[in-house]
Write a protein that binds this ligand. Structure first.
Ligand code: ZN
Length: 296
């Protein structure tokens, strides 16, 4: 039996046949993979508990004629704290759904893997921070060992994010996934006349993929008004391109910015909705998880 090994994060999980699972996994080495885990739902199955959603795992897969199957799974990071906060887990579900719907199989991008892993890491850590603020002993938390929360590639060791920052992380994730999947919105020049965008009255066009000045509004009256603060916020995290090393550096810098950023909560949430609409327009699919981000 020919096999291959890779690290991957489980982004979609559904029951398959009598006792198996159908999984979508975003892997480090092969991009998104659809795979089956046979007998994974059997009480004594060796894969039981090792293929939960959010899990970052070291996998061995066997090539199959129609679909590859998982033969072994060893947890790298369980991100199990996510299950202790409904609101934060909604954010994490949303992120998984975005990766699942915005990526295609057999298209490898290690940067997407690191983006996902790091954002899940911070969401997971946010739950721990919240619980410790509430005075809950971390011994009672599903994954109590703070030391087990390894900092992934080049990130600062202690990055404590206030609770409200969940949407800024989501926004950061949206922008970067758009950048990495080739859907970057144009945020600097008018998409019609290419003039630099000046502060004042500007519009965002979903169909043209970016910002346009007032002088061109008549060319696309369906565009929506976008204010200067929102434009600044969207520009803040754009990844201008580069390899894995440069991307990891960009992640590190961005998380430092996120840590210090003081932006209006409503502005952040509205920007998340704007980008979600832009994503849905591009992929021609609905992102269901967005409905749960409201009110966070
Ligand atoms: Zn223009």
């Amino acid at each position: 039996m020919s096999t291959y090994k890779t690290e991957g994060i489980i982004i979609k999980r559904s029951n398959f046949l009598e006792s198996s699972l159908l999984l979508h996994i975003y892997t480090k080495n092969y991009g998104k993979v659809e795979t089956v885990a046979r007998s994974a739902r059997k009480a004594k199955g060796k894969l039981k508990g090792h293929l939960e959603l959010f899990l970052d795992t070291e996998l061995i897969l066997a090539y199959g004629r129609n679909i590859d199957t998982i033969t072994s799974s060893l947890t790298v990071e369980s991100f199990s704290n996510l299950r202790n906060s409904l609101e934060i887990s909604f954010g994490a579900y949303y992120v998984l759904e975005l990766v699942d719907k915005m990526t295609i199989e057999e298209h490898k991008d290690e940067r997407i893997f690191y983006l996902l892993k790091n954002v899940l890491f911070f969401l997971d850590k946010m739950v721990l921070d919240e619980l410790s603020l509430q005075g809950v002993s971390q011994d009672n938390v599903a994954n109590p060992k703070l030391s087990s929360l390894r900092i992934v590639k080049g990130l600062p060791r202690s990055l404590r994010l206030p609770r409200n920052d969940i949407n800024i992380l989501i926004l950061f994730f949206q922008i970067n996934l758009l950048n990495l999947t080739g859907f970057s919105p144009e945020l600097n020049k008018c998409i019609f006349c290419k003039k630099l965008i000046k502060s004042g009255k500007n519009y965002f066009s979903f169909s043209m993929g970016g910002i346009m000045g007032q002088e061109c509004f008549f060319k696309n009256p369906d565009a929506v008004l976008i204010d200067d603060n929102k434009i600044k916020l969207l520009r803040l995290f754009q990844f201008k391109g580069g390899d894995v090393k440069e991307f990891n550096l960009h992640l590190k810098k961005s998380f430092q910015i996120i840590k210090k950023l003081k932006a209006n909560k409503k502005l952040i949430l509205n920007s998340v909705f704007l980008l979600n609409k832009f994503i849905e327009f591009n992929i021609e699919r609905k992102i269901k998880g967005v409905d749960f981000l409201r009110g966070v």
